[in-house]
Design a protein around this ligand. Structure first.
Ligand code: M6R
Length: 646
């Protein structure tokens, strides 16, 4: 039985350091993954596979499950997407287990093959474990295990944990909780672990350090998962585990301890997202659904922010006005699309508050010895709240005594928990790997922060703050108009799907829009795409322009006359060299029509809000090109939704 393999029948021995496909196993594999565990009255395989389907966006290089039944563990794992595991399981006799764990993996390096897929077991098949994160001292632990006669069959750090758990189980008379405590104390690095033991069929034990893990509290059943979307169809009551905690879960009890075994507290919370938010709801792709959800995401992010007197209120803000008044510099840290939302925010924050605002890639921040002190406000933007680069940057900033404010879409995630303050975007679950509604709601939250700082520090009068808030409240309807008029973009996408290179130009807030348009096309359509500040063009990138190369140009609203005129010149420069120009411009900007091969008209909004409408056609364009090319839009190759390793 290859699909669902009783662990006792798995071979072990030195000859097994090869993948199922026969290629040599590879060096350290670092998973960044989706994790789910279940104990209850239902068939565990159904609950676990359903949870994995909802978590697959976190990684899809391989998937596996372990079920505990009648004193044995049954595992199945397959390289590739979850569908491969599903197919394998379809040929097997169902195992009537009510306790199980499942894993979907994203490998940072090394082959994602069957052997390296999770779960991993100890040699005796007494314990199975799944893992997210990196065990930094795994090499030395492995040497110790091998010296003690253990034979490891993969080269993952996770298998080391499985063998250590096996040893600890013997030492603690089969007590999986005590075994987990013992192992966690010896591990360095970041990890979420979930383990089940053959001899203990009604229990699972999980642990976390610097890696996501939430507990779902059901009625006669309980869950653990990387995020709530795995169990939201079953329960909306959840427990947020703290750092360095172990949780023992049976169908009727949840017990939290620290790594030393002492009783510990976890925080209960209610999940607001409704279950249908994590379903495709008739759309071909989650991304299309999430693009369409943007008006709602913006409206929800704005909801309840205006007090009766018209002033701005931010309920979750845990920083006092006094603390905000002494801020003398803002540094925004983020990755990918979230970083681009920070670039947009810089224009607004500096303009409204007169505070200097730097925007830095989180992965670079702590390595350049940045000037940060207690009067610096560090703003960490993250949709998932789990991005390791951003988390590490936060820890660095806090160690320098800076105040850290998170802008985040995921309640209970690590980044807001480790920050001094938070503004939640209320976009609902974002499942597609490509961020869309996350991006727009991040811009809105950043604008709210900028306005709040301006209000508290007195750099904007109350009526000015209110006027901008009024403009922001009009944006959902304006985004809806862009969505309603998107057929032109779809036709264009089919027409340009054969392009080998696409360029994007912008100035001012149009520059991050250009970067975001290019990133979307890269990650979904695997095309060469680059975004440039239009003024930089003549300093090098214009050499990329050739006959027929599509160039998207984001033209600023006419209120900014200086940059508007310059953009028209930039369009002419690329057109003169044969580019096919697709210009995004505000309605009524008749001047651009004569310069463009095609114009995508945008609703009229102030310059600082223009990214909220101008990004939408570029998201649709990338999604449609990728679809035309036959790619999996929601799960593009090599990517994962939550990047929980550095
Ligand atoms: O969850 P985060 O917002 O911290 O994620 C940051 C980036 O990994 C993310 O925006 C990534 O660039 C997206 N795939 C872009 O679509």
């Amino acid at each position: 039985m290859r699909g669902l393999l009783p662990v006792s029948r798995m071979t072990s021995g030195r000859g097994r350091r090869r993948s199922a496909a026969g290629e040599p196993a590879v060096a350290t594999l670092v998973p960044m993954c989706g994790i789910v565990g279940y104990v209850g009255g239902q068939q565990a395989i159904d609950v676990v596979m359903d949870g994995l389907r909802r978590l697959e966006y976190r990684g899809y290089d391989s998937a596996g499950v372990a079920l505990v039944e009648a004193g044995s563990l049954h595992t199945a794992k397959r390289a590739g997407k979850l569908a491969n595991l599903d197919k394998a399981l379809a040929h097997e006799h169902p195992v009537p287990a009510t306790t199980g764990i499942g894993h979907t993996r994203w490998a940072t390096h090394g082959a994602p093959n069957d052997v390296n897929a999770h779960p991993h077991t100890d040699a005796a098949g007494r314990v199975a474990v799944i893992h997210n994160g990196i065990i930094e001292n795994f090499a030395e632990l492995r040497v110790g295990l091998e010296r003690r006669g253990h034979d490891l069959v993969s080269e993952t750090d996770t298998e080391v944990v499985a063998h250590l758990l096996g040893e600890e189980l013997s030492r603690h008379d089969g007590d999986l909780v005590a075994a987990m405590h013992g192992v966690c104390r010896d591990l360095a690095g970041a990890f979420t672990l979930v383990a089940v033991a053959a001899a203990d069929p009604d229990r699972l034990v999980a642990a976390r350090r610097s890696s996501p893990l939430v507990v779902g509290l059901g009625d006669g059943e309980n869950f653990v998962a990387s995020d709530v979307s795995a169990f939201i169809a079953h329960t909306r009551e959840a427990l947020e585990l703290g750092q360095d905690q172990v949780v023992e879960v049976t169908r009727d009890s949840v017990t939290v301890t620290d790594f030393a075994g002492a009783a510990a507290e976890a925080t209960p919370y209610h999940v607001d997202w409704d279950a249908s938010a994590a379903e495709k709801g008739g759309y071909a792709w989650f991304m299309l659904k999430e693009i369409d959800e943007q008006p709602r995401a913006i409206a929800d992010t704005l909801l309840g922010r205006m007090a009766a007197d018209g002033s701005l209120q931010l309920d979750e803000m845990r920083l006092s006005d006094e603390e905000l008044r002494v801020v003398d510099k803002v540094i925004i840290i983020a990755c990918g699309t979230a970083f681009y939302s920070g670039l947009v925010a810089k224009y607004a924050i500096e303009h409204w508050t007169r505070l200097p605002c730097e925007v830095e890639l989180a992965s670079e921040f702590r390595y350049r010895d940045p000037v940060v002190d207690r009067s610096t406000l560090v703003v960490a933007i993250s949709q998932s709240g789990e991005t390791m680069d951003t988390l590490m940057a936060i820890r660095y900033a806090r160690a320098q005594r800076a105040r850290v404010l998170a802008i985040c879409n995921t309640n209970g995630s690590t980044i807001p928990r480790e920050s001094d303050a938070v503004i939640y975007t209320r976009a609902g679950p974002e499942i597609a790997v490509a961020s869309t509604k996350g991006f727009l709601s991040q811009i809105v939250a950043c604008h709210l922060l900028g306005l709040y700082l301006a209000q508290v520090r007195g750099t904007k009068y109350g009526d000015e703050v209110k006027a901008i808030l009024d403009q922001l409240h009009r944006v959902p309807a304006q985004v809806q108009r862009v969505l309603d008029d998107a057929d032109q973009v779809r036709v264009l996408a089919r027409d340009l799907a054969g392009s080998t290179s696409v360029l994007f130009l912008g100035r001012h807030t149009g520059f991050p829009v250009a970067l975001e348009g290019a990133l979307k096309l890269k990650e979904l359509a695997y095309l060469h795409a680059e975004g440039f500040a239009a003024g930089e063009l003549k300093h090098g990138p214009i050499a990329l322009v050739d006959i027929g190369v599509p160039v998207f140009v984001v033209v600023p609203p006419r209120g900014r006359d200086a940059i508007h005129a310059k953009m028209l010149s930039n369009i002419q420069e690329v057109r003169a060299r044969g580019a096919r120009t697709i210009v995004l411009a505000e309605e009524g900007d008749d001047e651009v029509a004569g310069h463009a091969d095609e114009v995508i008209w945008l609703p009229r909004v102030p310059t600082l809000l223009q990214p909220l409408v101008a990004t939408v056609p570029l998201q649709i364009f990338a999604c449609e090109v990728a679809t035309a090319l036959g790619h999996d839009v929601d799960q593009p190759r090599n990517l994962a939704k939550s990047v929980t390793v550095e």
